[in-house]
Design a protein around this ligand. Structure first.
Ligand SMILES: CC(C)(COP(=O)(O)OP(=O)(O)OC[C@H]1O[C@@H](n2cnc3c(N)ncnc32)[C@H](O)[C@@H]1OP(=O)(O)O)[C@@H](O)C(=O)NCCC(=O)NCCS
Length: 289
């Protein structure tokens, strides 16, 4: 049974919390990243897109010992949804009900903003936690990768592509998710817009409306990650949009591109040869709010 600390307070995060969060990350993220400076944590909590996210922290005895960041997205077929972008509780404070409190506070905030469902990507080690919180596994994701060479894709004349550099002027394109993994465009676009990674974000438009979105972000000197999504009614152009993104990646001198794709969207790629499927070890989970 969890024993909840009496002095626990859940509140909005502030940049001054980053000092404590460095310690939190050193206990929870030591395998993926090497966090050594407060500045690294501050950089992750700033920027044009971050300002549109929601940030809650858990404080015990004047120390921040946990946090969650979540975003709102329009999930086609679902409605407005909240997506957990991260959730970290200092290892020394885990199993005392703090993760539960943070998740429930975030869900309440999501529901107040009109969300009908919440999504998270659970590392296998946290899957049981999410189960206990009432989440269940949804559309698994696989990694599809391919050489950027020889990919065709012709868009009809009435679909145009333009680069997005300012999130404020084109919020819709980055806020919906239809065929792509939920939250994937937001996460990747953020790396470019807020974290200064090399990449491009493009919007596909048909007449006056958004037809799709594409993001490609450099990972190594020759490999890039991408996400493409198409709005309802434009699904048939998904592969052509992907072809345009591959062309942009080639212009960035990337030789290979990969994307995390919901398993039921893999058939969208089968028209085009050369894709190789790899396993992804995150388990997407969801819960009705
Ligand atoms: C997953 C995580 C957020 C859980 O935080 P926490 O504060 O320990 O969770 P809580 O104490 O509120 O746990 C709520 C319930 O889940 C259970 N639980 C928590 N972690 C668990 C685990 N790894 N395995 C099994 N059950 C677990 C608790 O026992 C509790 O169950 P109970 O209500 O029956 O007592 C925390 O372990 C963490 O920060 N992990 C590293 C980062 C991570 O994986 N984040 C998730 C990214 S989406």
């Amino acid at each position: 049974m969890s024993t909840l600390t009496a002095s626990l307070q859940i509140r909005h995060g502030m940049i001054s919390d980053c000092k404590d969060l460095l310690t939190v990350y050193q206990t929870t993220r030591w395998q993926q990243h090497s966090y050594t400076q407060v500045q690294q944590v501050k950089d992750e909590h700033r920027g044009r897109m971050f300002r549109r996210f929601n940030w809650l922290v858990a404080e015990v005895d004047d120390h921040v010992i946990g946090e969650t960041v979540f975003a709102m997205t329009e999930r086609v077929g679902v409605g407005l949804a909240g997506v957990f972008l991260n959730l970290d509780i200092d290892v020394r404070h885990q199993k005392r009900g703090i993760g539960r409190e943070l998740v429930r506070s975030a869900e309440n905030a999501m529901a107040q903003m009109g969300a009908v469902r919440a999504f998270a990507d659970a590392p296998p080690s946290s899957y049981n936690f999410w189960m206990k919180m009432g989440y269940f596994a949804t559309r698994p994701v696989v990694v599809l990768k391919r050489s950027t060479a020889g990919m065709r894709g012709r868009l009809p004349r009435d679909i145009t592509m333009r680069e997005i550099s300012d999130f404020y002027h084109t919020p819709r394109a980055l806020r919906f998710s239809n065929l792509a993994h939920v939250g994937a465009t937001l996460r990747l676009a953020r790396e470019i817009l807020d974290l200064g990674k090399t990449g491009m974000i493009v919007e596909f438009r048909s007449h006056e409306s958004v037809a799709g979105v594409g993001v490609v972000c450099q990972r190594t000197s020759s490999i890039g990650e991408f996400v493409v999504d198409a709005m309802p009614g434009h699904e048939e152009h998904f592969l052509a949009m992907t072809g345009r993104i591959a062309r942009l990646a080639r212009r960035m001198r990337l030789k290979e591109i990969y994307s995390k794709v919901p398993v039921d969207a893999v058939n969208l790629f089968t028209d085009s040869t050369g894709w190789v499927e790899d396993e992804e070890n995150l388990v997407p989970v969801t819960r009705l709010l």
